[in-house]
Design a protein around this ligand. Sequence first.
Ligand code: SF4
Ligand code: SF4
Length: 196
Amino acid sequence: MLSGLKGLGVTLRGALRPKVTTEYPKEHLPIDERFMGFPALTWDSNRVEPYCTGCMVCVRYCPTQCMSAQMKDNDKFVEGDSHRKKIIESFEINLSRCILCGICVDVCNFDAIEMSHEHERSERLRNANRVDLPELLEMGKKYQAEVRWKQSKPSPASPNEKAEIKAVSEAKKASEADSEATNKQSEAPDSGEDAA
Ligand code: SF4
Ligand code: SF4
């Protein structure tokens, strides 16, 4: 009888304890900001293009060889709107082979790839987890919004911005030279009056 009551007490205590598990996949626990999910490509909203130049460094360092990338000439550089001479043309990661090691993020010099919060990728088909450039950029944009992502250092000026900076600085120098000349003129004694 006593042991029965004890058992009932344990059951009641257990029933009143706050829940520590959820009924996945119906419910989801919140994800920590530092959680490392699958890699995703970041989006440069100032230049309206990806940060990735397709330099292939991450592809070479990936221990599972699950990435591939191809670069192309950047039209925006030719037009003067971007500092990136080359830009990514195609990018693919086979997420079924990714071991979430984060090496690709560590070796990238351009802030172009991040470990996103994406982690639910179970698929029935063998190749369904191969993700392409548009999908990787969508994952990246979502992650950037979630963590209010900022690039580690400002981008260099584009050719158009450089030309604008040069024009502004030349205009400033010219106006300084003008005002200096005007000041000198106003400070100089009037030679006609001196002679009289
Ligand atoms: S993600 Fe970074 S390292 Fe990889 S190809 Fe793009 S720029 Fe290069
Ligand atoms: S996290 Fe590791 S395994 Fe996955 S793509 Fe990057 S380097 Fe490759």
